[in-house]
Write a protein that binds this ligand. Structure first.
Ligand code: GLN
Length: 446
């Protein structure tokens, strides 16, 4: 199926057929061995998955969608990947992404755009667009993504699949190549809340190699309890139903909320008053952190090197050639926001407002168990639809950024279609570490 559809969709940057076959053969062998001994099987034994090209897989080229890492072969597995390999996952390849996960359409990849399987003239969303499109087109039953400001949820929505952005600290960031370190989380995309939950639970857990990893046990699995959502309170934040939102998106989300109500959930109108600041706050904090994280690509330690005379010349030529335009824009935004004299006015101020956004959620979760909201103002847009307008692209993220700024989990799942037969998604955001409640509700809906 990959051979047949990949030429139209371009969901992978690197396919690993030999590795997949050898892993599958090893899984077969293990299966017969375990069967002989009457032992239990690992949860994912032989399950093929696609991995966003931002998470490292030992011995497989990892580009982050960037020329600067075109030949980078990491000598280690990301912890999240390692956990799944331990359970028998088979790696199909590395999926397309906006360069360093900066974008909302996968158009910022240095390796070409991914096409939305529902309409190949449209983007799949981003930055985990390759993963979302691969799952939607059934090239892989599940895929890993990363979400710094919506990059699992928004492509899940555009491609009609289910995807989780876990609580910050729940899944190790070791081997997740850093974009905005205080916002990055590794997540899963698959066809149902149930599939996503199984894989999420295996990925999660404390990791000494990630200083922000949190040692906290998982709650009981949510999908198992989905037959009863009576009494769970669903908050509907008025700030997420704003002018400019595509009417069909609002309609499908409201219908889905009504379905939850029919099943016994209590619907409560709430307010998250600082929502409008999430966009400016994110677009200061994320580029600031990115500018620091990307300083390591200097042509010396790994990645592209343009040699030519002095060392400063090498730095600037390697970076000049290796990074694409959006990455350069963010480095400039970030270094400016962090520079002496502007730090307090921009970065410092953004951090304070971030605290207020977090406080909005804390207050809301005193009254409700989950917050239900749209994921993006529109369904999938046309490739090239935002032209060269970075601000129009940033506006795609208004509804997804708050969860990352607050560190709370968010689950995206499909709730219908617009008039063009493009999928509409909805997100449920929850209390920190209560992913299971999100799975429970989404599974009840599904
Ligand atoms: N679209 C947002 C950005 O460009 C979020 C990307 C992400 O979550 N990685 O930064």
């Amino acid at each position: 199926r990959i051979e047949k559809l990949e030429p139209q969709l371009h969901t992978f940057i690197t396919l690993t057929p030999e590795l997949a076959i050898s892993m599958a053969e090893a899984a077969d062998e293990k299966r017969s061995q375990l069967k002989k001994n009457g032992a239990s099987m690992p949860a994912l034994l032989g399950l093929p998955m696609a991995i966003k090209d931002v998470l490292t897989v030992n011995g497989v080229r990892t580009t982050c969608g960037s020329r600067i890492l075109e030949n980078f072969v990491p000598p280690f597995n990301a912890t999240a990947v390692q956990h799944l390999l331990d359970e028998g996952m088979v790696v199909l390849g590395k999926t397309n992404t906006d360069e360093f996960a900066m974008g909302s359409s996968t158009e910022n990849s240095a390796y070409g755009v991914t096409h939305n399987p529902w309409n190949t003239e449209c983007v799949p969303g981003g930055s985990s667009g390759g993963s979302a499109a691969a799952v939607a087109a059934r090239l892989a039953p599940a895929a890993l993504g990363t979400d710094t400001g919506g990059s699992v949820r928004q492509p899940a929505s555009f491609c009609g699949v289910t995807g989780i952005k876990p609580t910050y600290g729940r899944v190790s960031r070791y081997g997740l190549i850093a974009y905005g370190s205080s916002l990055d989380s590794a997540g899963v995309l698959a066809h149902s809340a149930e599939d996503v939950e199984i894989i999420f639970r295996l990925m999660a857990g404390f990791d000494q190699r990630d200083s922000t990893s949190i040692d906290r046990p998982l709650e009981d699995a949510g999908c198992a309890k989905a037959s009863d959502i009576k009494g769970l309170r669903v908050g509907v934040p008025r700030e997420y139903f704003i002018e400019g939102i595509q009417p069909e998106v609002e309609a499908r989300v409201r219908e889905a909320i009504a379905v939850l109500k029919e099943q016994g959930a209590e619907i409560v109108e709430i307010s998250l008053p600082h929502t409008e600041y999430a966009l400016p706050v994110y677009y200061l904090i994320a580029p600031a952190e990115a500018s620091a994280n990307l300083a390591r690509y200097d042509g010396v330690r790994f990645g592209l090197r343009e040699e030519n005379g002095g060392v400063i010349d090498m730095f600037s030529k390697s970076r000049g050639k290796g990074f694409g335009p959006e990455v350069k824009r963010r480095i400039m935004l970030g270094t400016y926001a962090l520079s002496a004299g502007y730090y307090d006015a921009y970065y410092g101020q953004a951090q304070k407002v971030r605290t207020l956004i977090k406080a909005d959620f804390d207050q809301a979760f005193e009254r409700v168990d989950v917050v239900a909201a749209p994921i993006a103002p529109t369904t999938a847009f046309k490739i090239g639809g935002h032209g060269d307008d970075p601000l129009a692209m940033y506006l795609e993220d208004v509804f997804t950024l708050p969860a990352n700024l607050a560190g709370v989990p968010g689950l995206a799942f499909p709730v219908g279609f617009d008039g063009q037969h493009l999928p509409v998604g909805m997100q449920l955001m929850g209390r920190p570490f209560q992913e299971s409640t999100l799975f429970r509700m989404a599974h009840a809906y599904q």
